[in-house]
Structures are given as C-alpha cells and as structure tokens.
Write a protein that binds this ligand. Structure first.
Ligand code: NOJ
Ligand code: CA
Length: 705
C-alpha cells in the first residue's frame, strides 16, 4: 500500500505572538491567512483574516454539556502551544498522486472551574479549521452535548449559495443564492421551491455552504471527519452571524457520548477566486490515513451501467414485478453483454430483490425490503456468474427506504452473499421523505423518529462502511450523510449522491443552471454519483411503463458534449454511464469518450471558472501521460480560449474535441455536436478556441504521441 508519509514537525519555541496578553495569533505557512484567538469576559472567540481582508469577525466558541456545564462561559486559558507541520501523503485513490499537508497548529487549553478542554486550530494557506477535544475527567458527569456555540461571524453583505437543512428532501434541492441573513425556509419557498409546509426544525443551511464575501473573497464553511457526532448546519443569527446548529436526537440531545468528546473539524476554505476554491485538499488533510493494518488494495475504481434510467428516466420499466419489470433475466443478460462489449466494470440492477411494490416510496411505511432474496425473474446466481465471466460484476443495490433496523439486521448476510457472488460495489439508498422520519424501535417497544442527518444516522453510515470493508465491498450511497472526507481513511466509501442529481431530470427537471452550481457547492465536499452520460435528451420519457406515448415536454437540460464534460468536471471514482444501450448506439463516437475517460487521476488543473456560471477542468490520467478536459456553461453561450501550456512543452498530443455546434442549444437542439481531431505540438503560446452553446459544454481527450 502506497501510504508512505513524509512528516515534519517544528515546535515553535519563540512562543506565541500576542498583540496583547489575551490574544494568540497564528499564521498560515505562506503567512497570508491569520487566525487570532482571545478570551474576553470568560468567553472564547476567534477571528480570521486573509492579508488585509476579513474572513470572519470575532466569532464565539464553546459548548454546553449534558450535565448543564456551560463551557462557553467563565473560561480561562491555562496553556497554549503552537507547531508548524509539513506533511505529504499519497491517496490510495483520488484526484492527485500526492497531497501536501502544511499548516500551523495552535492548541489552546481552557479551564472552567476544574473542567479542562482544548480547542485545536489549524491554519492552512487555503483555510482554517478548529475542533474541540474534552478528555475524560472527574468533574464531568455527562458527556452528551446540549448545544455548540461555534460561530462564523460574517458580514450581512456576504451572499451564500445554500440548500435548506431540516427539510423533507435531505440534500436534494436546487441552490438558493441570498444574503447569509436570508437563509430561511420562507426565502427558499419564495425563490426556489415551496417548502413552507415543512414546519419541523429551524431555519438553517446544510454545509458545505459557499459564501462570496463583499470584500471579494470566496469561502466555504463545512465540517471534516464526522464520526459519532451529529451533523452540523448553519443557522443565521442576524448581522451576518451563522451559528452551528446540530441535528438533535428525538429527545432533544444534540450528541450522545460516553467518556470524552472529540468533535469533527469545523473548517473554512478561503480562496481569492472560484478556481482556487475548487483546487483545495483541505477536507482530506483534516482526515486521517487508513489504520496501518487495514489493506484497501482491493478498492478498484471503475465505470458502470445500469438497469436504472429505464425506471427513473424513460419510464419504460418498473422496480417491482410486473409485465414491465426491469430486472428480468433476459434484459439483464442483454445489458451485461452490452456493458462487457464496451469494457464497463459493473452493471447496477435495481428492483432485483423482494420488497418492491408500486407504493414503496417515500414514507418509510412500506413493506420491509429483503436484501438476500431475489425475485423470481432475476436469477442472481446465474447472472452474477455470467457477468463475472465477461468482466462485468453486478453492482448490488440496497434500497432501505430509511428502515434502518430492517437493514442492519440483514446487512452482514447480504454483504456476505454479495461477496460470494463477486459483487464489488453496492449502491445503497435511503429514500424516506420527511427527513425526521427514521423510525427506531427501542427495547421498551417505543418508536422514536430520528433525523436523517443526526448522530443515529452518522453511526449507521459508519457501521455500513466498516462492515462493507470486511467483505471487500465499496459503497455508493444515495440519500447519504454528507461527505466529510472520510474517504481518505475508508477508501471503500467510494462515492455518494447527496445533492439533486441527474435523476431529477428524468422525472422532473433541475433546470439549466444547477449543473454549474454543483462544482462550487456540494462537490467541494467530495465525489458525487451524479450519474452523467444521458444522450437522449429529448423525447425519451414514456407516459407510463408499457405505453408507447412519449412525453414531449420532458427535457434533460444539457447537451451531449456537456454530458461528456461532466465525467471530467465532476470527480467520482465510480462513474456511471446512465443512459440506455439503445441511446448510446445512436452516438457511437461520443460513447467512445465515456469508455475512454479515466476515473483515477494524478493531477488536477482548474482551467477557468466563474462561480455558478462556468467551469473547465483538465485532469491527467493516473496511468498514462494523457490528459482529459471538460468544460460546462450555465444557460449562456460562451467562447473560450484555453491556454494549453499546462501540457508538456515540445510534445505532440492528439486532440479529440467534442464540441457544441453553432446551432446546438440545450432546449431546442441539445443533441447536435461535432468532433474535431488534430495534432498540436505544445509551445509557450499553444491554445484552443472552443464554442459552448447556451447550456452546453465540451470535452477533450489529449493523447500524448
Ligand atoms: C433514489 C436514488 O437516488 C435513485 O438512484 C434510486 O433509483 C431510487 N432511490 C430507488 O432506490
Ligand atoms: Ca436520490
């Protein structure tokens, strides 16, 4: 395993620089980001600046424990230390071969009466982070957390891209863009989607939350290393202040802990521009390498197809048994042949198991699913063996409907079975609308309803990932807990949904401007199973399974070249080719790009971007000297001149360019594209001119010759 770590620590003997005796200041390695900590009137605060621009004003820290002990008041600093860390590590899979991890660390030990705790800060060139650690000690009777005070004190003029927390559809929303003070269900209902009937919970936003500051800085607030804690949301408190609000348990406790507290990292990514915001590894740097005795060499990225879009998109088939049941032997065999012919690694088949019926969705009330029994027209033994013999492993599917106890009871048997059948990846799902609707039956026969993003579910996802590793299985979670960088330690948490993905374009629409919001928001947290690659963008959806009437109004808001670009722009180590074989057969050359594009990379270059409007990313294949590039635009038409000097000078590359034509348009003419092929020898002036249609994109393969 390639886990050699280069690690240097410098203890700073010239003690902390303090402008006055109550303030402690540390700077990032490049000295541009400055974090100051102080205790004033017994309360702890931090503040962050980048050169002469403010990131946060004085922002409060602390928490209240389950025994009522208020660790936000009456505090004194009794010890501090500062270190400079210079580190480099090598991801098992990822967007880069090596990651630099350089930061300055400040540990503040606080005391409240006889209770001691630490706040640890890290200051990177591209952001800051802090966390709380409270060791086991006699003065604490109860380690539960009733409240966390952590604040991000921004300015009222700062605007955020956000999705509502405490709302029924988990993370599956379009983004609102408003002042940080306006984060509310009311604003969202008036400007994005009506969620006003969603009365549970408070006004708050999920993280990552992206903010454009009035001073021009771009920041993203998120958490890293979320394990055995409840997930953090950000609630507006007026005057630009956002305060951490943790998802509570059904009894109101925010976090339940036994002996000590080790909170996730709360962090702010700080960038001068939108490209730098994306080109950051801070979330992974705030996580750990796998345990030394854990071998993850079996985790293999890849590409998969699925008996899926015909249920959710084209509406030709059903998940449940019917005369139009998708998961039948004949059809699955046909897909396996097609996937094998085109070198895919996996085939997802949904609706293979017992428990599906027309009313399965979305209340958590349906019949419990079985995860070990297949339906009569799906011969799992035969099909898995047939697929394995042709190099295509079935991608397992576990839709839990949010019935966690039903799933946990069967999980080990189900994983064992999949492992025996040669399955390498399982897509899991947690559709249960009304997000405070995870029902848990306790030992006294009482059912509680937990939030989808509270500590109960954080612990569940952890159990799944650890059990899956035992059976050498990767997990692709839909309706997941958000990504907090755990993929560094648990590489088999290979991808997840966790946003409004392509599926909504099948049965409704994400509109034309969502795809360019994602890179600057959700994707900052990690890989997404967006399921790109839809080629039949119009006239694809039937009125009902079995009907031959096409819904003329259904449109996937994209162009074919934009669908190709997404394989480079949206990173995911397991990438789906989501459309049907018959649609790929109509565009064999564009399909070649999907077959060729790698899923593992050694370098990432953000070529151009403007937040939520456009972005171009180039990536280098991990196993060759070839590069791939993808660019996407919002509803606007664009002309880019792309600087090619990131390629090797004096080397020749064969360029294969997939681009929109002058008459391509996402709405009226989305499936027209042209392919240009040429050899370019790179010199210091090399560039490429590209036209992007309204709502379009482009994709380029650059093969070194
Ligand atoms: C929602 C998932 O996002 C989708 O991909 C899946 O097909 C359905 N749930 C059914 O499990
Ligand atoms: Ca979903």
């Amino acid at each position: 395993m390639n886990l050699i770590k280069i690690f240097f620590t410098f203890l700073i003997f010239s003690f902390l620089s303090c402008s006055d005796s109550n303030k402690y200041l540390i700077k990032s390695p490049d000295e541009k980001v400055k974090l100051t900590f102080k205790v004033e009137d017994g309360r702890a605060f931090y503040k962050v600046d980048k050169l002469n621009r403010s990131v946060t004003n004085w922002s409060r820290l602390g928490m209240v424990l389950g025994d009522g002990k208020d660790l936000g008041e009456g505090l004194k600093v009794y010890k501090t230390s500062k270190k400079k860390i210079s580190n480099k590590w090598f991801p098992i899979i990822g967007e880069k071969n090596e990651v630099n991890d350089n930061y300055t660390k400040l540990s503040i030990s606080l005391v409240k009466e006889s209770t001691k705790y630490d706040i640890i800060f890290r200051v990177y060139d591209d952001g800051i982070a802090f966390k709380y650690t409270i060791p086991n000690q006699n003065s604490i009777k109860n380690y539960d957390i009733d409240n966390e005070y952590s604040q991000f004190n921004l300015s009222s003029k700062d605007s955020a891209w956000w999705i509502p927390a405490f709302s029924y559809r988990r993370y599956e929303f379009l983004y609102a863009n408003s002042s940080v003070n306006e984060i509310s269900k009311k604003y969202f209902s008036e400007n994005v989607e009506n969620i006003s009937y969603d009365s549970l919970g408070i006004d708050a936003a999920h993280t990552p939350l992206t903010v454009k500051k009035e001073n021009g800085l771009l920041i993203s607030i998120h958490e890293a290393n979320l394990i055995d804690y409840s997930s953090m949301t950000l609630a507006p408190k007026g005057e630009g202040i956002l305060e951490v609000e943790l998802y509570p348990w059904s009894d109101g406790t925010k976090v339940k802990l036994d002996k000590k507290i080790n909170s996730p990292w709360r962090f702010i990514q700080i960038a001068d521009n939108s490209s730098d915001l994306i080109d950051s590894d801070i979330i992974l740097n705030l996580n750990e390498d796998p345990d030394i005795d854990q071998d993850y060499s079996w985790v293999k990225p890849g590409k998969y197809m699925g008996v899926w879009w015909e249920m959710i998109g084209t509406n030709e088939s059903t998940w449940w048994q019917s005369e139009n049941h998708g998961a039948n032997n004949k059809k699955v065999k046909y897909y396996l042949d097609f996937a094998s012919k085109h070198n895919f690694n996996g085939l997802l088949v949904e609706g293979w198991n017992k428990g599906w019926h027309p009313e399965w969705c979305c209340s958590g009330d349906g019949n419990p699913f079985s995860f070990t029994e297949s339906v009569d027209d799906f011969d799992i033994e035969y099909l898995s063996e047939y697929g394995n013999s042709k190099g295509v492993n079935l991608v397992g599917h576990h839709e839990t409907g949010g019935q966690i106890q039903n799933y946990e009871l069967q999980m080990e048997d189900a994983f064992k079975m999949y492992n025996r059948l040669g399955v390498k990846n399982i897509k899991t799902g947690y559709v249960n609308d009304v997000s405070k609707n995870i029902r848990v039956l306790n030992d006294n026969g009482i059912i509680s309803e937990e939030w989808h993003h509270g500590q109960f579910m954080v612990k569940h996802f952890q159990k799944v990932i650890e059990m899956a590793a035992k059976y050498k299985l990767n997990i692709i979670t839909h309706e997941p807990i958000k990504d907090t960088g755990l993929r560094r330690k648990y590489p088999n948490f290979i991808s997840r949904e966790g946003a409004k993905g392509q599926e909504f374009n099948g049965f409704s629409s994400n509109g034309i401007n969502h795809a360019t919001d994602l890179p600057f928001t959700r994707l900052l947290s990690g890989p997404m199973d967006y399921t790109p690659g839809i080629f039949q963008l119009k006239n694809f959806r039937f009125d009902s399974p079995g009907s031959d009437k096409i819904d003329k109004n259904a449109v996937v808001p994209s162009t074919i070249t934009k669908e190709l670009a997404l394989y480079v722009v949206y990173y995911s180590p397991m990438q789906m080719a989501a459309d049907l074989p018959k649609h790929y057969e109509k565009h064999p050359e564009a399909f070649e790009f999907i077959k060729d594009v790698p899923v593992e990379w050694s370098e990432r270059k953000i070529i151009n971007s403007k937040i939520s409007e456009f972005i171009t990313i180039a990536r280098k294949d991990k196993y060759s000297d070839n590069w791939y590039m993808g660019g996407i635009s919002d509803e606007r038409e664009r002309n880019f001149t792309i600087d090619l000097t990131f390629l090797e000078k004096n080397q020749k590359y064969n360029f294969r360019i997939f681009k929109d034509t002058k008459s391509t348009h996402w709405e009226s003419n989305p499936m027209e594209y042209e392919i240009e092929e040429k050899v370019i020898k790179i010199d210091s002036n090399s560039s490429l001119s590209i036209h992007l249609a309204p709502g379009g994109g482009f994709a380029v393969e650059m093969i070194k010759i």
